[in-house]
Design a protein around this ligand. Structure first.
Ligand SMILES: Nc1ncnc2c1ncn2[C@@H]1O[C@H](COP(=O)(O)OP(=O)(O)OP(=O)(O)O)[C@@H](O)[C@H]1O
Length: 305
C-alpha cells in the first residue's frame, strides 16, 4: 500500500521516512509519494490508488466521501477496506473499477489508467454484495457467465463456462438452469465465476458475504482464498466485518467518514506496536469476539448451500 507520509498515525518511522523493508513489505519513492508494495519480489503493483478523493454534491451541499486515499496491491495479494456504513468503502471500490470518477487523484491498473471503451473487457471485475441483483433472472447461468467472453466461438464459450462452473464448485450440468433454482451461496459462486471468466488482473469484492447466511459465508471466503491462490489476481475486499478481513486480506485500510484511520498489515492491526486510533482499537476488540470459522477444506459439493 502507499500513502503520503504523515497521513497515517500507525505507520512505523521507516515508512514515514520512505525506507524499508518493513515486515516483508518493500518501499520506494515515486513522484514524492512513499510507496509500500505488498508482496516481496513483485515488480510493479497491479493496482495503484494515488491520493484519490471524492466529493459528492447534492442539492448544493457537498459531502467528502473519500479524502486522499492511497494504496497499491501486487498480484496475488489482498487489501481489505473496513469501516462502518457511510465510511466511503463502496465509493473507493467504484473509483478503482472506473465506475466513479475521482474528484482528484488517480487510479492506475497494471501501470495505466483503465480503458473503459465499449467492447473492451476491463481487467478489473467486481463481485457485489447481492448475487440475486447481479444476475439476469431470464438468462441461464451459463449465458450470464459467458457474457464477458466476447469474440469466442460457441464451443469455446461452452467449454470455458463448464470450466468456470466447476472451478467455483458447482456441477457443469447445471449451466442451463436459471438463477431461481440456486441458493444465495450458489448464486454468489456463479457471480464469482462470471467475474473470473475474462481472467481479470483485479477482483474487487464489495461485501461479498454480507447478504449470505452465516453458514455459507465461510464457504465463499474459502472459495475466494483458493481462487486467488490459483489465479493470482490482486484483490480488494470491502467489508464492515474485520473477521472476514482477517481471513482474506494481507493488508487493511480502516476508513471512517472518508478518512484513513489505519493503513498497514493485518499483523500490525492485530498486534500494534504503536497505539491505534480509539475507533480502530474498538473495531479490533469487537472482532476478537466474532471469529469467522473457516473450514480447512471446502465442503463437498453436495453440502454447498
Ligand atoms: N452517488 C452519490 N451521491 C451522493 N452521495 C453519495 C453517493 N454515493 C455515496 N455517497 C455518500 O458518500 C458517503 C460514502 O458512501 P459509501 O457508499 O461509499 O459508503 P460505504 O462505506 O460503502 O457505506 P455502506 O457500507 O453503507 O455501503 C456517504 O455519505 C454517502 O451518502
Amino acid at each position: 500500500m502507499f500513502s503520503s507520509a504523515g497521513r497515517m498515525p500507525n505507520l512505523p518511522a521507516s515508512f514515514r521516512e520512505g525506507c524499508g523493508p518493513w515486515r516483508g513489505l518493500s518501499f520506494r519513492r515515486r513522484e514524492g509519494v512513499a510507496v509500500l508494495v505488498s508482496g516481496e519480489g513483485s515488480t510493479y503493483p497491479v493496482i495503484e490508488v494515488d491520493r484519490v478523493a471524492k466529493t459528492f454534491v447534492r442539492r448544493r451541499r457537498s459531502r467528502k466521501a473519500l479524502d486522499e486515499v492511497s494504496f497499491a496491491v501486487s498480484a496475488g495479494r489482498s487489501v481489505a477496506v473496513v469501516g462502518e456504513s457511510g465510511a466511503g468503502k463502496s465509493t473507493l471500490v467504484r473509483c478503482v473499477a472506473g465506475l466513479e470518477k475521482p474528484s482528484s487523484g488517480r487510479v492506475r491498473i497494471q501501470g495505466r489508467p483503465l480503458d473503459l471503451r465499449p467492447g473492451h473487457t476491463s481487467p478489473v471485475q467486481v463481485v457485489f454484495q447481492n448475487p440475486t441483483d447481479a444476475l439476469d433472472p431470464m438468462r441461464s447461468i451459463g449465458s450470464s457467465i459467458a457474457e464477458p467472453l466476447r469474440g469466442r466461438s460457441r464451443s469455446e464459450k461452452r467449454a470455458r463456462v463448464s470450466e468456470l462452473v466447476g472451478m467455483v464448485g458447482l456441477s457443469p450440468d447445471r449451466s442451463a438452469d436459471r438463477p431461481r433454482s440456486f441458493s444465495g451461496g450458489q448464486l454468489q459462486r456463479i457471480v464469482i465465476a462470471r467475474a473470473l471468466a475474462s481472467s481479470p488482473a483485479v477482483l474487487l469484492c464489495d461485501e461479498p458475504t454480507s447478504a449470505l447466511d452465516v453458514s455459507v459465508q465461510a464457504q465463499i471466503v474459502n472459495l475466494l482464498l483458493r481462487l486467488q491462490k490459483e489465479h493470482k489476481f490482486a484483490m480488494v475486499v470491502v467489508t464492515h466485518d474485520l473477521a472476514v478481513a482477517k481471513v482474506l486480506a494481507d493488508d487493511v485500510i480502516v476508513l471512517r467518514g472518508g478518512m484513513v484511520l489505519f493503513q498497514g498489515s493485518m499483523e500490525d492491526l492485530l498486534e500494534p506496536v504503536e497505539p491505534l486510533h480509539p475507533y480502530v482499537e474498538n473495531l479490533v476488540q469487537v472482532s476478537r469476539d466474532n471469529e469467522l470459522h473457516i473450514p480447512g477444506a471446502e465442503e463437498p459439493i453436495s453440502a454447498i448451500a
